[in-house]
Ligand binder design. Sequence first.
Ligand code: 5AD
Ligand code: FES
Length: 347
Amino acid sequence: MKLRELIDKLEIEETLTTEEWTRLLNHFTQEDAAYAADKARTIADEIYGKEIYIRGLIEFTNYCKNDCYYCGIRRSNEKVERYRLTRGQILDCCHTGWKLGYRTFVLQGGEDGFYTDSWYQETIGKIKEAYPDCALTLSLGERSKESYQRLYDAGADRYLLRHETANQQHYGRLHPKELSLKNRKECLWGLREIGYQVGCGFMVGSPYQTSKELAEDMKFIHELKPHMVGIGPFIPQKDTPFAQETQGSLRLTLFLLSLIRIMEKHVLLPATTALGTIDPKGRELGILAGANVIMPNLSPVDVREKYKLYDNKICTGEEAAECRGCIDRRVTSIGYHIVSKRGDYKA
Ligand code: 5AD
Ligand code: FES
């Protein structure tokens, strides 16, 4: 079968064999990528139109008990100046965001034991009370199912937890031994069961990743059927064990975005900040490849520099309002527009 026929097959059957995935990912040309992007964009336009959803990202703590080899805020990185936002500061970010048209807030942080379930419950309650028309997404890492349930009952709507890689050996090469793929996957299935809109995802071009691992990622996504999938290129961070590794490619990231859209047609798919970091037009190209979400930063400017998972991260000096204007212009320039809506999954 020619590679284009594999893309057609993916569109119809929504699955490929491992051999087909690896062949497609190893041998695709620019023409194949353009063919996939065109299909992906048509599918996204049919479901979501020319609307792009925005999510206001609030990076509220860079303390983390984990030591993932790729991540700039891993606990062993002593060069990071650690910070925590107070509930008041978080609510101020939401206030700023609401005025700028955001109707989804994402609370993201390292796995920081300082914040308890009851602190989260109260914070979630306060945000949902002040902004009843907004969705609240959590991205707090691995927790117990009981904890996920409590936060859901407190009003959280969505949860982002990238699986990072669906291959166990590969997982072991990206993480210290106290972390396991099994637990990660159980968290994701648990979140789904509770009723969250769930997001998984992975880095493109992480060390030791080959098309075999990517094939497993695609199969896992198809199995989990998440509402959101976050992918972006791996970018080395200078104070991590992966400082000398090469960054993920733009071309492969864009192709995978298209394939995810073709496979999981309704999925909410962000053009990530990492994609915008490796190419000045990365996020626009991401949308043109099938993405329909952008997640600009709402964190206070004085902490942004401290939440650097990878080097050269964009938007660390810009105020929330500047990013909002910038994003508007970028999205408009390619024939799309930002909408001030919650932007839920359209079944
Ligand atoms: N490059 C790109 N993405 C990274 N992440 C963490 N470190 C890096 C890096 N060096 C991603 C992980 C994590 C998400 C919040 O950021 O996939 O889940
Ligand atoms: Fe932040 Fe462009 S999105 S400056």
